[in-house]
Design a protein around this ligand. Structure first.
Ligand code: SAH
Length: 224
């Protein structure tokens, strides 16, 4: 899989993309992540990509030209399954969307900034608009980072113990059961006896009960 992220502050994505699971996934050749500086595509001699909005509203808007040229340059190299724009008014990002996107070959994620981007790009070029929640961020970079992380960690082979990604919360619409590690007693707090019993079938039953109980208590909406 290949993910191309377009941003006006590409350096803000560097450390994120080059650490932990995302770094490992790229090293293993399971994903390619490329970050493009939108300013490299502007024809403005001061490398500006934004201008005042028509109608006199406050804030600045990213212009069509650099976005169009950047996306056209990428599309000339390969076909893209989705051209995603990060937008607070987009479709809410969730685990099923992450699963679906992780099966794609090539995707572009365009990060907005300032007041947003010229609406004509959204109408004519973008194939999917995605929000990571009902709050407004300064730019789409954190949204792109969240999406990239959630998408990449479920690509088969990225996480060593594949079972681990599939047993996470939201897969199967269930929250994860509680997890513990050594020591069995800390500060007088004991790990549930069942987990120390070595009885795999009973442990699996207990974990399912715990998942159901936690989901019912914390996220009853997922059970509907
Ligand atoms: N004026 C816009 C918000 C602009 S915020 C509005 O009212 O909708 C600047 C950019 O940050 C946006 O263009 C978008 O790309 C990104 N962004 C902000 N909040 C986001 C969210 N919740 N999810 C995804 N992207 C977001």
């Amino acid at each position: 899989m290949r993910i191309d992220i377009i941003s006006v502050v590409p350096e803000s994505l560097d450390s994120f993309i080059n650490t932990s699971i995302l770094a490992r996934a790229q090293k293993k050749g399971l994903v390619e992540i490329h970050v493009h500086n939108l300013r490299d595509y502007t024809k403005d001699k001061h490398r500006r990509v934004d201008d005042y909005p028509y109608g006199g509203a406050a804030g600045m808007v990213i212009q069509c030209q650099p976005i169009f040229d950047c996306i056209e340059a990428l599309k000339a190299e390969r076909d893209y399954d989705e051209i995603i724009f990060t937008a607070p008014d987009g479709e809410k990002f969730d685990q099923p969307m992450a699963n679906e996107l992780s099966l794609k070959e090539n995707i572009i994620i365009l990060c907005g900034h300032y007041k947003g981007i010229d609406y004509r790009i959204r109408e004519n070029i973008i194939t999917k608009e995605v929000s990571i929640g009902d709050y407004v961020l300064t730019g789409g970079e954190l949204a792109a980072a969240c999406m990239t992380d959630a998408i990449v960690r479920i690509i088969p082979g990225v996480i060593g113990d594949e079972q681990s990604a599939l047993s996470d919360s939201f897969q199967d619409n269930l929250l994860e059961p509680p997890v513990y590690t050594r020591p069995a007693e800390y500060n007088g707090w004991r790990v549930p006896d069942i987990l120390l019993s070595g009885h795999d079938a009973k442990i699996a039953e207990w974990e399912l009960e715990q998942s159901l109980a936690r989901t019912k208590r914390l996220r009853p909406d997922l059970l509907k």
